[in-house]
Write a protein that binds this ligand. Sequence first.
Ligand SMILES: Nc1ncnc2c1ncn2[C@@H]1O[C@H](COP(=O)(O)OP(=O)(O)OP(=O)(O)O)[C@@H](O)[C@H]1O
Length: 251
Amino acid sequence: MIEIQNVGFKRAEKIILETTQLTLGTKQSIALIGPNGAGKSTLLSLMARLLPLQTGQIRYDNLDISTTPSQIMARKVGILQQHSHFMSRLTVQDLLLYARYPYHKGRPKSEDHDVVEQMLAYFELSKFRTTFLDELSGGQRQMALVAMVFCQGTDYILLDEPLNNLDMYHARHLMTTLRRAIVDWNKTIVVVLHDINYASLYADQIIALKQGAILFQGTPDEVLTHENIQALYGVDVDIIEHQGKRLSVHF
Ligand SMILES: Nc1ncnc2c1ncn2[C@@H]1O[C@H](COP(=O)(O)OP(=O)(O)OP(=O)(O)O)[C@@H](O)[C@H]1O
């Protein structure tokens, strides 16, 4: 369970984030949506301890991120940020092995190599195993970075806009793979999405942020209404039903 209590964040006296109480269950996919500048990345960075908590508390399964040692948190929560920079002269398999550092501490064992092999297959990256990161396309690199986070073997995975750069095939492949990972490996995934239709199709819960506050929270059916989307984005949309899911038509 993820518990977020009274987490606030200011930059130069400007309130960036102001939450009250948020409890998120495990083994599900939780989509963070909201307009540009709403505070989604800030919340994710706080959840991953990439930004220091200024107020409030965040706990994963009763582990308080402010007091839990880094070695334990590194096995509990993994994050892919929006702009991840890695040494480009690293091959895909080296990148994935690097993510196992909290386990092998620089001396990879056979189980670390096994996890890397498993993730290369799971994310359809086997053919790129010896390709350097700077020889991949933007989308291929994005998939490699997601696979890297999975190699970390954490219960909780935070992904900031993982669909960036992905074509239709790879975006759908990634979202279905994330869903499989919840079932296959009991992962809990918090993912920032700009495409609310992907949130509708693939998320169990949606948290909608605007101007640093949680405006709506619930299942896709509860959150993705015409009125809520108007309030969030200021856009008039048509909501249609497709195979039992709500889709927003906003073109
Ligand atoms: N390094 C920074 N310095 C100052 N202000 C910042 C910084 N990073 C973010 N902000 C501000 O914090 C607010 C929230 O930004 P954040 O990146 O969390 O939003 P977001 O919802 O992830 O946006 P987007 O969808 O555009 O990625 C914005 O007003 C942004 O301008």
